[in-house]
Design a protein around this ligand. Structure first.
Ligand SMILES: *Cc1c(COP(=O)(O)O)cnc(C)c1O
Length: 359
């Protein structure tokens, strides 16, 4: 293919992505109130509402744009990435849009529903036994000629952090008419670190005083790395919460823009995930629960200090993906997770506004 033809193909691929973006709507910012927290408004951005069901829809679009604009993606080239599932679903969807073959390298323990979703979109799944093997395996595919979208390496830079309706610009815009338009806190998880990097940068860029909190599963690498500013930190616990709780400090973790990290045990994330279902009338994934726990801990602190204000967080993906895992009581029992004591503690917090540590 000549360089002229290649440029035509790239232009056409970019036009397809632009049209997809134009057809897409923004996601809802849902508002919640809790009895124990008068004067504190909670907002949850419903990223499960994207066509591919998670906040990774934004990332996948950005990663394809980045590969195309860097001249790294050619017609007929296979595409590969390492993923815990959500990204793979979104990347498979965009691969189909662009007419490209896609392979997801995922841990074998990934929720079966996510594996089925990738396959239903025409993607292939290359499953590895050890989650830590995904990076090497994806690099192997790249060495065979595939274009490596490289979410873990590139998420933080592929997203246009200054605007372009990135998640932070959208949130701040949607809050404009609310009682507390400049949130006291934004709470998010860290998988690639892309979301926290984009939000943290945007808050500074806009000159806001909003602080950023990362909600991380107990004992994960972000938390220990952030505390000691040590990029070689590793997790000392594994987690069943998919999408976050990485075992290593990913290249896209930008510690400097994060003001606080709250560690959440899996049992509390699962309990909070169930509370979200009660509050919102639909199911969301485990990392949304992790976010809610951190929101409540921060709200209790604000209440104690006599502060009013707003706290914003994310609903990252839909609960149906976890029917056979986090929403299956037998699976939870087999995995040694009992959300009941944490649920009681969180309910007490919702009612009283005081932080009740889990049992
Ligand atoms: C990726 C992901 C996150 C974390 O977002 P990053 O931008 O990758 O840090 C949280 N929850 C779910 C379900 C995810 O897939």
């Amino acid at each position: 293919m000549s360089t002229i033809d290649l440029r035509d193909w790239t232009n056409e691929a970019l036009a397809k992505l632009r049209r997809e973006a134009a057809r897409s709507a923004d996601t809802h910012l849902l508002r919640l109130e809790f009895d124990g927290f008068p004067g504190i408004d909670f907002y949850f951005k419903d990223e499960a509402a994207h066509p591919t069901g998670s906040l990774k829809h934004r990332l996948a679009r950005s990663l394809y744009l980045y590969a195309l604009c860097n001249g790294r993606l050619r017609p007929g080239q296979a595409v590969v990435d390492a993923s815990s599932g959500s990204t793979a679903i979104s990347e498979a969807w965009f691969a189909r849009l662009l007419g490209l073959e896609f392979t997801a390298v995922m841990p074998a323990c990934t929720a079966p529903r996510k594996i089925a979703d990738v396959q239903a979109l025409g993607g292939r799944c290359d499953l590895v036994d050890e989650p830590s093997q995904v990076y090497e395996r994806a690099a192997w595919h790249a060495a065979q000629g595939a274009c490596h979208l490289d979410q873990f390496g590139l998420a933080e830079r592929a997203t246009d952090w200054r605007g372009n309706n990135n998640i932070a610009e959208s949130i701040i815009g949607q809050l404009a008419g609310e009682p507390h338009p400049e949130p006291a806190w934004v709470v998010c998880g860290a998988g690639t670190g892309g979301t926290s990097a984009t939000i943290g940068r945007y808050l500074r860029y806009r000159g806001l005083h909003t602080r950023l909190c990362v909600a991380d599963p107990l004992g994960s690498a972000f938390a220990s790395g952030w505390r000691s500013r040590d990029r070689t930190a590793v997790a000392d616990h594994s987690t069943v919460i998919e999408g976050i709780g990485r075992a290593r400090v990913e290249p896209g973790f930008v510690f400097e823009v994060v003001d606080e990290v709250i560690e959440v045990p899996d049992s509390a994330s699962v309990a909070a995930m169930r509370l979200l279902e009660e509050q919102l009338g639909r199911r969301y994934g485990g990392s949304s629960g992790t976010n809610l726990v951190a929101c409540l801990q921060l709200a209790a602190r604000m209440r104690e200090a006599g502060q009013r204000g707003s706290i914003v967080s994310l609903l990252c993906d839909p609960g149906e993906r976890y029917d056979r895992t986090l929403y299956d009581p037998q699976w939870l029992a087999r995995s040694g997770i009992d959300p009941v004591p944490a649920e009681a503690a969180l309910r007490a917090t919702l009612a009283s506004g005081e932080w009740h540590p889990y049992a």
